[in-house]
Design a protein around this ligand. Sequence first.
Ligand code: THU
Length: 149
Amino acid sequence: MTDEIDRLIDAARAASAHAHAPYSRFAVGAALLMADGGIVTGANVENASYGLSLCAETVAVATASAQGRIAQIVAVGVIGGAMDADGRATGHRPVSPCGRCRQVLNEAAQMAGIDLPVHCGAAEGDAVASYALSQLLPDAFGPADLGIV
Ligand code: THU
């Protein structure tokens, strides 16, 4: 792993410890590398009304946006896995963003004018699958279609 990927996966793992996922017991953490080198994180936030649950990547992007930095996201790391009895994510299989999160990430990517690197890691171990967002969401609809960028 490169230092950048390592850093993002480590931060995503740390963020997953704060997942509120008592229903699925599947903890996800997301980490966003910002243009200034800082990292913004998020974890999934489930709701007793299940359909209202928020994914980790969406929470992270919303946090960056709330800081006025939606256009400063330069790379993404995500990990996830079934929670053990202590609430820690487990498993060696890389997790990739759901369809809705891909669209949310695309908003940030187009605002930044980049094809966002997305590093999909596992809760445990070294497996990482790296993509450009355009591979995960080809021909995306986004701000460019509305003349915003
Ligand atoms: N989840 C995420 O946080 N991100 C994804 O990209 C996929 C799914 C969450 C939603 C739910 O809280 C749990 O994982 C199981 O679906």
